[in-house]
Design a protein around this ligand. Sequence first.
Ligand code: MRU
Length: 359
Amino acid sequence: MIDHTRPEIMLRERGNSAVIPMRWKHNALYLLDQRILPHDEVWLEYRSPAEVATAITDMVVRGAPAIGITAALGMVLSAFSHRDLPMRHFQKKWREDATEILRARPTAVNLLWAVNRMKAVFSENPGCTDTGELVSLLEKRAFSIWTSDIEANLLIGKHGGKMMPDRGGVLTHCNAGALATGGYGTALGVIRSAVFNGKRIKVYADETRPWFQGARLTAWELLKDGINVTLAVDSASGFLMSRGLVQAAIVGSDRIAANGDVANKIGTYNLALAARAHDIPFYVAAPISTIDPDTASGKEIPVEERQGEEITCVAGTSIAPAGVEVTNPVFDVTPYDLVTAIITEKGIVSPPFTSEIHK
Ligand code: MRU
């Protein structure tokens, strides 16, 4: 029997965190609607994989590991809806749903990784002729993807917490926190762990244009867990560094190429350049599931381009002349040589990354 409350219990007991982006109850997936945080905390219910794919595309849930876990749970919903079909049809329908979910967002490799982990259930159980049994195995796998992500974050926090300054400013970009993962967070997990162990850290959160993940989500979840956070516009980072207010920068990632190039929220590259110019360490915290050994370098990483309205409209109000041309790449790639270290659940990797990443 799967204990569906296990992720929340792990987070409360071992992570000291009350923030979680997804829940599973009575064979349905519930997502905390991140589009309307911090003002409204609304949980939306999902019962079909098509609805889950749309939720990922529309960013009800976002952040690479959270996208992967949501996709895995969406594939459990697919299994439920096709369980009465004969095995061959069951598998065909399930694979069609997997293809649809994979199209939801292109950059976060955790999505592909999680769906491949789910697909592996079929190849690992070639003799299984009972769809009911497969449904249970798929559900078990999805929950293990979720709880392993929390375990990974706790370990990333443990390793990375030691790299944080004993006191001072730590700047982060976007939201690589509990809301972007199965819980606890990668970059914010490192900060959570450092603070829990007595370090006196003041977090500077970039607001993160255009979607304001920093202002709306990072500020919200850090305040909720009682962590000292100060919000700034993205373009303030160089200035804050020049005034000696920032001792380290730490971000998450959507995909790390085999050479260590890091795709993350647009603006991360500028931040890494500013950190280098001020001789400040620039850390990337990510689980192994974010490392893509099949992508040789950042040049090959698909970068999602989203609709221009995300830039021309702020909170429903147009702020740009009608008809202006807009470019809205929502991720960028930071070359590996600007990265001081990558913090994973297996430990800390320093440049040159190529040999280390393949271990
Ligand atoms: O567009 P988003 O909000 O999905 O982008 C999220 C990020 O860029 C995060 O930094 C990244 O996914 C790492 S989350 C642990």
